[in-house]
Structures are given as structure tokens and as C-alpha cells.
Design a binder for this molecule. Structure first.
Ligand SMILES: Nc1nc2c(ncn2[C@@H]2O[C@H](COP(=O)(O)OP(=O)(O)OP(=O)(O)O)[C@@H](O)[C@H]2O)c(=O)[nH]1
Ligand SMILES: [Mg+2]
Length: 409
């Protein structure tokens, strides 16, 4: 297989025949046979889907459920990423507050508050606008001073951009907290669809003090909620109940998809992940394209790809938690692409069924009729344990042939 990987596959034995004696030849044959048998018993799962659908989160859950605990070095990197994620989301929200013309609301809120010696929401907003959005403020404080005694600190593995944003978080977390806790910000949050923020970072924003603390050590949940765009094919191997599993994660944004084809060989199952909650959002990389429309098109092309003729295809409709929340204030039928939705508003079950049908409509034949589809929350370990265990059982039984699965959970 041609995938680049963080955990390279065992190299297949290869020796040029002309240089090998007869007994050695036998050894090579045996080794090749052993490798083939090992490969045949192995279950190879490929995670596919558009950007931000949740592939890497499921990849991380495999490690939580079946792999080794993270090293401190890993956790420091994720700590740095989590802090930078907060700066990214806040930068977008502050700019959006301005674009929505809500500064006056913030002023009114500030006037009605008695903050004593503390800062008003308007002051917090002005500071964030200068430092995070317009970059009109002075150069930041010395990094070593900010990170003195900090467990996470700066982290080379997180990359330059994440380090710069994590530093901004450490310098302005008081302002971020003050502004986040305003009524005006609640309005901005509910109008976030056009600005493509990561919904899971809502939880980070509600936990600023812990994340800014010098002894902050990311929890498993923090790691699962952290966001780094995948730009490399990554694979990991697990032995579960004596069976070898290999799971492959790829980048889902448009520019990453040309790398997918290198991973198509000998795949037992494709797990296609689509975010249910993204029906009212547009792509990060193409602002005019609805994310759900993109996911449907991508699903169509994956299911009808000849490379997967003999491959099981499973569909995970992910981010069900965000979908459940969003459906209460963002109507499916308000989206041009889904104006044919005729079910009741604010109805989770009807909304899910509608999108399941949209995915089924992508198939040329009815092979998928027997299939199982899971609605998932990739950041919820117990939900993923249930889903991945049943996926595993079905794949191991070998009774999934070019289909997916449909199971209410
Ligand atoms: N609330 C919630 N957040 C989720 C869920 N699944 C993923 N996320 C979050 O969504 C963000 C994007 O998820 P990723 O796993 O990085 O998405 P991806 O599909 O790997 O994206 P690319 O690497 O760009 O292809 C992360 O911050 C996750 O924590 C979910 O079911 N619920
Ligand atoms: Mg990813």
C-alpha cells in the first residue's frame, strides 16, 4: 500500500531471486506466505469523509479504547493545540460580533454591569479586537515569562501557528472569559453558521480557567476535542481479541483528497463519516458550498468507486450531539439544498431520517438497503465503544459485503 504513515506497515520480505540460494528461496517463500496469511487475517479500516467530519476524532478514540495511554510529550502538544483552538474560535467570534453590528449591545451590557476594578465586556472586546483580529496592538510579552512554571509550555510539535495562538491565549484569557460570558456573545454563538467555528470548542470556552492554569494537563476529553487539520495519511495498528486491525486516517479537505487513492488497496471496510450538524454550514475551503451537499457528493463517489466493489462501506452520521442542539434553532428547510424537507421543525428523529434517506439516494443500486448506519458522537467514548465494537464484530464475522449498517442507538 502506498500510504505514508506514522506507524509504517511491516515491510514485505523482498529479495532479488538471482542472488538467493535454494534454501534461502524457501525461507523467502515461507516468509511471504506468512505475511500473506497475516495480511489476510487483518482487518483494514479506512476512514473517509469531508474535512472536520470527525475522522481523526474516531482515530483517536481507537487509541483511547484499544491502545496505549498518551505520553506526557503528546499531552503537552495537545495542551498547546487546545489553547490555540480557543484563540482561533475567539478570533472568529469577535470579528463576527463586529460584522453583526452588535457592539452597541455589548456597550449596553457593559454599562449595566458593576465590574468594580475589573474590566467591562467592552474593554475585553476592544483588547481582543486589537490583539487577535486587527493585530494593531504591540508585540506580545516575552514567551518565557508567560510560560514560567507552566506544565504545557510552548511546544515545537504543535507547529508555529498553534504556538503563536496558544501564546495569545495565555496573554488574553481573562478578556476571552469576560467576553465569552456575555449575553451578546450568546447571540453571536447562535449565529455562528457562516463563520465555521468548531462547535466542540464551546466546551473549552466554558473552561478557560482550567485551561489557562499553570498545572493544566489535558484530559482525554480535551484531546478528543482538540482540532488539527489532517494533512498526512496516518495509520495505526491494534491487536484486539487476537485480531489485527489497521486503521487509516486521511485529510478530508478538498486539497487532501488526491492522497486518498494511495490507500485504496486491500481495504476491508471504509467508514464514511459525515457530520449531521453541518447541514447549515459551508466548507472551510469553499465558502459557497454547503457542507452536507459536499458530504453527499463525496459519499456517492466513494460508494460508486470500483476500488471498493468488494469493500464494506459503513456510514457514521456524526456530531449527533451538535445536531440535537442545532436543530432547535436552525431549520433544515431553510437551507436551499434541503428545502424539500417537509418534516416538523425542531425534531431530531425526523431530521436524522431525512438525512439518512439523502445518503441512501446517493447509491446507484440498492445494495445499501441491508446496511447499517450509525448516528455517532465521536467525542463520546462510550458511544464510540458501542459503535466500534459492533463494527468490529460484524467485520470479524466477515458478513459485511459491500454494505454498511443500520442500527438505532
Ligand atoms: N461535539 C462534537 N464534536 C466533534 C464530534 N466529532 C468530532 N468533533 C470535533 O470536531 C472537530 C473536527 O474533527 P476532526 O476529527 O479533526 O475532523 P476530521 O474529519 O479529521 O477533519 P480533517 O482532518 O480536516 O479531514 C474536532 O475538534 C473534534 O473534537 C462529535 O461527534 N461531537
Ligand atoms: Mg483529521
Amino acid at each position: 500500500m502506498g500510504c505514508g504513515s506514522s506507524t509504517p506497515a511491516e515491510p514485505a520480505p523482498s529479495v532479488a531471486p538471482s542472488t538467493v540460494s535454494a534454501p534461502a528461496n524457501k525461507e523467502v517463500e515461507n516468509a511471504l506466505e506468512a505475511a500473506k496469511v497475516e495480511d489476510e487475517g487483518k482487518i483494514k479500516m479506512l476512514l473517509l469523509g469531508a474535512g472536520e467530519s470527525g475522522k481523526s476524532t474516531i482515530f483517536k478514540q481507537m487509541r483511547v479504547l484499544y491502545g496505549k495511554p498518551r505520553s506526557d510529550d503528546d499531552l503537552k502538544m495537545f495542551g498547546c493545540v487546545a489553547r490555540s483552538n480557543i484563540t482561533v474560535v475567539m478570533r472568529k467570534l469577535v470579528a463576527h460580533l463586529r460584522d453583526l453590528g452588535l457592539e452597541e449591545d455589548l456597550d449596553n451590557e457593559s454599562k449595566a454591569m458593576d465590574v468594580g476594578d475589573g474590566m467591562t465586556p467592552r474593554q475585553a472586546y476592544d483588547e481582543l479586537l486589537a490583539h487577535l483580529v486587527d493585530m494593531t496592538a504591540d508585540a506580545p510579552q516575552d514567551e518565557s515569562e508567560v510560560y514560567a512554571g507552566d506544565w504545557v509550555g510552548a511546544n515545537q510539535r504543535a507547529g508555529m501557528g498553534a504556538n503563536a495562538d496558544a501564546l495569545l491565549f495565555m496573554q488574553h484569557h481573562d478578556c476571552i472569559k469576560t467576553l465569552w460570558n456575555t449575553e451578546t456573545m450568546k447571540i453571536v454563538w447562535n449565529k455562528r453558521a457562516p463563520i465555521n467555528v468548531i462547535d466542540a470548542h464551546f466546551n473549552y470556552l466554558n473552561d478557560i480557567d482550567r485551561i489557562a492554569a499553570k498545572d493544566f494537563k489535558p484530559t482525554t476529553q480535551d484531546v478528543l476535542m482538540s482540532r488539527v487539520r489532517t494533512t498526512q495519511v496516518i495509520q495505526e495498528k491494534y491487536k484486539i481479541d487476537g485480531i489485527d486491525f489497521e486503521i487509516i486516517d486521511v485529510g478530508g479537505q478538498r486539497s487532501e483528497r488526491r492522497k486518498w487513492i494511495d490507500c485504496f488497496d486491500n481495504v476491508t471496510a471504509v467508514i464514511f463519516i459525515a457530520a449531521l450538524s453541518e447541514y447549515d454550514q459551508t466548507l472551510a475551503e469553499a465558502k459557497r458550498t454547503n457542507r452536507m451537499v459536499e458530504a453527499l457528493e463525496l459519499f456517492r463517489s466513494v460508494c460508486n468507486n470500483r476500488a471498493f466493489e468488494n469493500t464494506s462501506i459503513l456510514l457514521f452520521l456524526n456530531k449527533k450531539d451538535i445536531f440535537a442542539e442545532k436543530i432547535m434553532y436552525s431549520d433544515i428547510a431553510d437551507q436551499r439544498a434541503f428545502s424539500d424537507y417537509s418534516g416538523p421543525t425542531q425534531n431530531y428523529d425526523e431530521g436524522v431520517l431525512y438525512f439518512i434517506q439523502k445518503f441512501k439516494d446517493c447509491l446507484l443500486d440498492d445494495d445499501f438497503n441491508d446496511s447499517f448506519i450509525h448516528t455517532t458522537c465521536a467525542t463520546d467514548t462510550s458511544n464510540m465503544q458501542f459503535v466500534l465494537d459492533s463494527t468490529r464484530t460484524i467485520l470479524m464475522a466477515g458478513n459485511l459485503k459491500k454494505s454498511g449498517f443500520l442500527g438505532a442507538d
